[in-house]
Design a protein around this ligand. Sequence first.
Ligand SMILES: NC(=O)c1ccc[n+]([C@@H]2O[C@H](COP(=O)([O-])OP(=O)(O)OC[C@H]3O[C@@H](n4cnc5c(N)ncnc54)[C@H](OP(=O)(O)O)[C@@H]3O)[C@@H](O)[C@H]2O)c1
Length: 253
Amino acid sequence: MQGSDRMRQQELGGGDFAGRVVVLLGGGSGLGRAVARAVCAQGGEVILGGRTAEKLEETAAELGSQVSWMQVDTSDPGSLERFFSRVEHLDFLFNTTGDYVTGPLRELSFEEAESAFRAKFWGQYLAVKYALPKMAQDGAVVLMAGADGARPTVATPAYVACNAALEGLARGLAVELAPIRVNALSPGAMDGNFWSTRRPEEARREAFERYSRLNVLGRVGTEEEVARAVLFLFLNSYTTGTTLYVDGGLSMR
Ligand SMILES: NC(=O)c1ccc[n+]([C@@H]2O[C@H](COP(=O)([O-])OP(=O)(O)OC[C@H]3O[C@@H](n4cnc5c(N)ncnc54)[C@H](OP(=O)(O)O)[C@@H]3O)[C@@H](O)[C@H]2O)c1
């Protein structure tokens, strides 16, 4: 769609995302699903990716005909390449995928320690590589990092380094891919699917108390608060190569 057509469609009440295609890898749950809801509410088209068909199907059924989905394993470069070969065009990309292990240097095996880089860093790097030929020049990528990269609250050095590396990747890609904009998002702890499915109740409560004690706002965040920040980074036409901390002030303490 041409810029003038897009503006006309938005004036007609189609929403900020009218005529725009958003690819959400990991969008079958959690933060990605919250972004999918927000984009659909503003008239956008969403393509979801993930490993589990049921989750993707459920999200698509909730949100309606603007949403389609395809299975992909972002830890497999061939799978990512096939996924994007079936995407005709996209304007925006956000990727929350990746299973990884966190923990101290003294306790993790090398395979566990490097899992964050393998799953979270290289998965996002390769997704951008394969998405790029299909991306609109006025489009944007939001990389998923994490506020622990700037302000570690527990000993998990490889995971901290992975998040910091993703912030660096945003700066590097912003230079290479301009005028496509690339930014990183670094959330603190957000109450939602990640914590309820990946951590036992006791560990979740301990972490939420710790984050609430350490940040400025005295509480954990919500998935919707992240979604609003992602939409800002998609649409703000003069923001690139930066990191947005949606962390209740954690990273500055
Ligand atoms: N929630 C927070 O508090 C928080 C804070 C800071 C940073 N983050 C970052 O946010 C990301 C997690 O997002 P979330 O909170 O929305 O958690 P989530 O609900 O667990 O979402 C992750 C999604 O990624 C998919 N996925 C995982 N591995 C995949 C793979 N190899 N290929 C394709 N899809 C895969 C999962 O679905 P399948 O398993 O079905 O594939 C799932 O839908 C992580 O990078 C995490 O470091 C989260």
